[in-house]
Unconditional design. Structure first.
Length: 267
């Protein structure tokens, strides 16, 4: 009754179904792992933002080394004086509304003499042209105390390919916030990572738009996608069985029907 399963057409169909089952299972686990990573990231951010702020230089690694993952987003403080001579902007960055502009990054020389760190002071709109340095509110003069979030150096690889580090950009414009890159530019060693500014004391009269706190409540659609892949996995054998039964019934029906020859048809 089911000898038709040995035909070329059905063997190919069964082979495709057998290949699809482990593929869809794997895709489901891939989405599950993305969900778990998203939840872990949200928990890390929430914990870091609510922790008591600590001095940046007590957490930052030595120049040229990466910020550990468990310190990313950590609330930090720093006291010192800005170095506007080595200020730069980072291209193709968006504000809270998605408008493309620049991040303004200014080095801060710590008052305790333990080093210099990069401070992302916030976002500004683009100027008249892409080659022009945008209008930037001046960094406060004198000693300031900053609070913010610790961030790891940006790299093209770490961005997942979304950020391309290209050479030949206009003066004082870069695609990344990277201490190793800026150390080569200025010749001064910088503490690893950078501070993403949230507040300044004393408060300046004018400043770039501060970067909003990251969303750490949205878990994304990955768990729903995982369930969908696994439901599709379960549907594959069911669908194949329905097709097999339908084919078997059609063949049985054809065999049960009497064969009519041309001679048996009345003139």
């Amino acid at each position: 009754m089911y000898r038709f399963l040995l035909t070329r057409q059905w063997l190919i169909t069964l082979l495709i179904a057998l290949l699809l089952i482990p593929t869809t299972i794997k895709l489901g686990f891939w989405q599950l792992h993305r969900h778990e990573a998203r939840v872990a990231r949200n928990e890390l951010i929430a914990k870091a933002l609510t922790a008591t702020p600590e001095p940046f230089d007590s957490l930052s690694p030595a120049p040229g080394t990466a910020v550990p993952a468990d310190l990313t987003w950590r609330a930090v403080t720093a006291t010192g004086q800005y170095d506007p001579a080595h200020e730069f902007v980072v291209r193709k960055r968006t504000d809270a509304n998605g408008t493309i502009g620049y991040f303004v990054v200014t080095p801060l020389k710590l008052s305790d003499g333990k080093g210099t760190l990069l401070v992302n002071r916030g976002w500004v709109a683009s100027g008249d042209g892409a080659a022009d340095y945008p209008p930037v509110p001046a960094a406060p003069a004198g000693e300031v105390t900053l609070t913010g979030r610790m961030r790891a150096d940006e790299t093209a690889k770490g961005s997942g390919g979304f950020i391309k580090d290209r050479a030949g950009l206009p003066d004082r414009q870069f695609n990344l916030i990277n201490t190793e890159q800026q150390t080569k530019e200025t010749g001064a060693p910088l503490l690893g990572g950078y501070l993403e500014l949230t507040a300044t004391t004393p408060a300046p009269a004018d400043q770039p738009a501060l970067i909003p706190e990251p969303n750490h409540s949205d878990i994304g659609p990955h768990m729903a996608y995982a369930i969908q892949w696994w439901l599709f996995t379960a549907m594959i054998p069911v669908g194949v069985w329905v097709l097999v039964r339908r084919e078997a019934k059609d063949r049985a029906k054809q065999q049960a029907e009497p064969e009519v020859t041309p001679e048996a048809v009345p003139a």
